[in-house]
Ligand binder design. Structure first.
Ligand SMILES: Cc1cc2nc3c(=O)[nH]c(=O)nc-3n(C[C@H](O)[C@H](O)[C@H](O)COP(=O)(O)OP(=O)(O)OC[C@H]3O[C@@H](n4cnc5c(N)ncnc54)[C@H](O)[C@@H]3O)c2cc1C
Length: 398
């Protein structure tokens, strides 16, 4: 098996990684201590520079100004950008816009594409995705209660959503709503494009999450639809296909997330090694890295990252060769496994930094807080484990 990257892949990923390290890591101290607003002007400049350098929107279609990378290459890019909490936004491939663009590109009408894709891919506007509801189990989206009813030429939508990431400042919300309550469970819901200035739509507040009160992209909004009216042709894809589209959205999206998490792991491991190499722990100058326990932290982290990386790249290759549906076990396995690896690696790095580890003077505490949710969103660990195990238990015996 050939693990060599092509010359183009290596060159692009090398340039991106260098940009992240040289241009974005220096913004981190202000970002972490003062909040995202403190570095917004610099972030705008960096985004412009990324566009000039021809590295903008790596995953988005070429015809809309992206680089149109295949899934494996974008996975590698995602890893390079994951080293900084700013990477994906500065390069125009942040969630949830990335998944939303993909949905509109694949399932949108020509009019929907013409209206939304140029400003979304260009990074002029942002979008959000509203599926989870405060009153119902998000792990089982069949329990959705938000309703959309056709009234003349309009959908009228009623319901509440939360954890609508980036709703604050978004121009578009793709909402998942029940349109056919009597249909079989998986055909009850549809996706509808709701411009955030539509009558009856409201972004009510940002939910405080792990001490983060939320600011624009780095926020999770609570939004409501009260008799919210949008034209009937704002339906995305076909009526009753909401779950199909949601499944589609999550396949490639999980590769992006998992590779981003591996970028975070590598950064945490670098910090771990740096700390172990330099921190003196005895009067005679012994370093943390002289401890066998610390050596085990480092080696176990390196092995877990290496194994997880191979798993994710293999899953990306499977999605591209056999499709998301046939690769669903591969996708579930990486989703919970890599989230767990990331949590362990960040935790070890933080532990070796002692008190400093829990301050915002390194990026570790940010990663520790923000990325804990990786084991919950896009399907909690338990749901993925149960799904994989059920398929194995039901499979014909060899
Ligand atoms: C940071 C973050 C960002 C998010 N962004 C978005 C977004 O942009 N848009 C959006 O629509 N949603 C978003 N979500 C919501 C996310 O998808 C849900 O939180 C997730 O689906 C879990 O749903 P829930 O919170 O209702 O938990 P519940 O469904 O109530 O589940 C609670 C816990 O119970 C356990 N559990 C659930 N089902 C089972 C089972 N069958 N067997 C065993 N254990 C089980 C799991 O441990 C789970 O964590 C986000 C969430 C977070 C934390």
């Amino acid at each position: 098996m050939d693990f060599e990257l092509s010359a183009e892949q290596s060159a692009l990923i090398g340039r991106m990684r260098e940009f992240v390290d040289r241009e974005l890591l220096p913004l981190e101290p202000a970002f972490l201590v003062e909040g995202p607003a403190a570095v917004l002007p610099q972030i705008r400049d960096k985004r412009a520079r990324v566009k000039e350098l021809g590295m903008w929107a790596p995953n988005h279609p070429r015809e809309y100004g992206g680089l149109g990378l295949d899934l494996v290459t974008h996975g590698l890019v995602s890893e390079a950008l994951g080293r900084s909490p700013l990477g994906h936004y500065v390069f125009g491939c942040n969630a949830p816009d990335a998944g939303n663009v993909e949905l509109i590109h694949l399932f949108g009408s020509e009019a929907q594409k013409a209206r939304w894709l140029p400003p979304l891919v260009g990074g002029e506007i942002r979008s959000c995705f509203g599926m989870t509801e405060p009153g119902n189990s998000g792990a089982n989206p069949l329990m959705l209660e938000t309703r959309a009813v056709l009234d003349g030429a309009d959908w009228v939508i009623d319901g509440n959503k939360w954890f609508t990431t980036g709703a604050d400042g978004s121009s578009l919300c793709i909402v998942m709503a029940v349109t056919d309550p009597e249909a079989p469970p998986h055909q009850r819901a549809s996706m509808i494009l709701v411009p955030t200035d539509a009558p009856g739509y409201s972004h009510d507040c940002n939910t405080p999450v792990m001490g983060n009160r939320g600011e624009d992209l780095y926020s999770h909004g609570e939004v409501s639809f009260k008799g919210c009216r949008v034209p009937a042709d704002n339906l995305l894809g076909r009526r009753g296909e909401g779950f199909k589209l949601a499944q589609y959205r999550l396949g490639p999206g999980r590769i992006h997330h998992c590779m981003r998490w591996l970028g975070i792991c590598e950064r945490a491991l670098e910090l771990m090694v740096g700390r172990a190499r330099h921190r003196e722990i005895t009067l005679d100058g012994r370093k943390l890295g002289d401890s066998d326990i610390v050596k085990a932290f480092i080696a176990e982290s390196a092995a877990a990252i290496r194994a997880a990386r191979l798993m994710v790249l293999h899953a990306a290759w499977r999605i591209e060769t056999v499709g998301s549906k046939n690769a669903r076990d591969d996708i579930s396995l990486i989703k919970f496994h890599v989230a767990g690896v990331m949590q362990d690696v960040i935790d070890r790095a933080l532990q070796l930094h002692g008190g400093l580890g829990v301050t915002d003077y390194t990026v570790l505490a940010w990663f520790y807080r923000e990325e804990r949710a990786a084991r919950i969103y896009d399907g909690p660990d338990e749901v993925h484990k149960i799904a994989v195990a059920n398929r194995m238990l039901r499979a014909p015996r060899a």
